[in-house]
Design a protein around this ligand. Structure first.
Ligand code: PMP
Ligand code: GLU
Length: 394
């Protein structure tokens, strides 16, 4: 049958993280003993006090449409959180609550980009950035980084990537997929370049800010001269294990927030009302209430680094945040493992799935085809077993 779909959807890639998770689920349902390390999703239960707030919201009949940009008292809790954790002052008219940080990002792209506007993406970048940018008719400009610079973009690289068409730069810190964390000095270096180009805006995706093993998360909006040109993106999926509840938010210039509100008003309306109420409880709680998760991720990171480090051919950086490792496995390219020729990272990820029954994600999806991403948001037992299996097949 003729393809009647739009060029827009035909040219879009399927989210590689979600696709791999679906494939792993399918194989599991067929009875295969798959260990899924493909999806970036905390494996903890939502803390009880957040569940209680959701139950109360149901009983208090929070069942109508909320304001498009979120309940005012949730926006106040977000403003308080920005002040407390990031030293950032955002008024309520600068904040928009959305259905996950993913929607926040899509809103930004749709309201900021015109046909042909370039968006600099330090690679590796989170899988959905490039397709969201393309959906809004922007042009992703990848700036490749490597393990040698801990997968961070240098000011020189940024400078070189800027053209008269550059509209924005999008990045995450802590980074999905590399786990790299930009420190104050590194962000200042990037800001020095951006100061020479006043028309470039920044999307700072800080959804992993609390999952940081070195302490001292820095928001680029806090660097001198950057506040008015930064849109800070965050959400509760990672820090509070609330992935399915779908709440993300932005803080940024009022004109951006107003446009996101207008756009969202025509596409989805306000985010889920019960989840919004629960988010107030999450954000009002002291960070100490989620420390147990961060400590656990830290412990697992060390175990994973140690065990993967014993496998010849895995070249690793030390991720300072998030819950991923991003080993460079390019030393396997051109080699035949148990009869399977490995030409690239996708071949390698597929090989691990088929021969070790371990689901990972190819680095290609993140703009780096020398690496694979392994999520360690899984139990220690599963991680040990998965890595033992990987070791056995490579
Ligand atoms: N940004 C990054 C870097 C992510 O890893 C994710 C993971 N889902 C998101 C944004 C989107 O988060 P959510 O839509 O669940 O809030
Ligand atoms: N952010 C997670 C990941 O990178 C969740 C999946 C997704 O939203 O794509 O695996």
């Amino acid at each position: 049958m003729k393809n009647h779909l739009s060029d827009r959807i035909n040219s879009m890639s399927t989210s590689a993280t979600l696709a791999m998770a679906a494939k792993a689920r399918e194989l599991k349902n067929e009875g295969k003993d798959i260990i899924g390390l493909s999806l970036g999703e905390p494996d903890f239960n939502i803390p009880d006090f957040i569940k209680e707030a959701a139950k109360q919201a149901i009983d208090q009949n929070y069942s109508s449409y909320s304001p498009v940009d979120g309940y005012a008292d949730l926006k106040q809790a977000i403003a308080n959180k920005f002040k407390r954790d990031n030293g950032l002052t955002y008024g309520l008219n600068q904040i928009v609550v959305s259905t996950g940080a993913k929607q926040s990002l899509a809103n930004i792209a749709m309201v900021m980009l015109n046909d042909g506007d370039e968006v600099i993406l330090p690679a590796p970048y989170w899988v959905s950035y490039s397709d969201i940018v393309k959906l809004a008719e922007g042009v992703p400009v990848e700036v490749p980084t490597s393990i040698d610079t801990d997968f961070k973009m240098t000011p020189e690289q940024l400078e070189k990537a800027i053209t008269p068409k550059t509209k924005m730069i999008w990045f995450s810190s802590p980074c999905n997929p590399s786990g790299s964390v930009y420190n104050q000095k590194e962000l200042e270096g990037l800001a020095t370049v951006l100061k020479k180009h006043p028309n470039i805006f920044i999307v700072s995706d800080e959804i992993y800010e609390h999952i940081n093993f070195i302490g001292g998360h820095v928001s680029i909006a806090n660097i001198d001269g950057m506040y008015d040109r930064t849109i800070t993106v965050n959400g509760v999926s990672k820090a509070f294990a609330m992935t399915g509840w779908r709440i993300g938010y932005i803080g940024g210039p009022e004109w951006v927030a107003k446009a996101c509100n207008k756009f969202q008003g025509q596409i989805t309306s306000g985010a889920n009302s019960i989840a919004q109420r629960a988010t107030i409880a999450a954000l009002d709680a002291p960070i100490s209430s989620i420390k147990f998760m961060i400590d656990e991720f830290h412990k697992r990171r060390d175990i994973v680094l140690e065990l993967l480090g014993e496998i010849k051919g895995f070249n690793l950086n030390v991720p300072e945040g998030a819950f991923y490792v991003f080993p460079d496995i390019s030393s396997f390219f051109g080699k035949t493992l148990n009869g399977t020729l490995i030409n690239n990272a996708s071949d390698f990820a597929l090989y691990l799935l088929e021969k070790a029954n371990v689901a990972t994600v190819t680095g290609e999806a993140f703009g780096n085809d020398n690496c694979i991403r392994i999520s360690y948001a899984a139990s220690e037992k599963e991680l040990r077993e998965a890595i033992a299996r990987i070791k056995a097949v490579v």
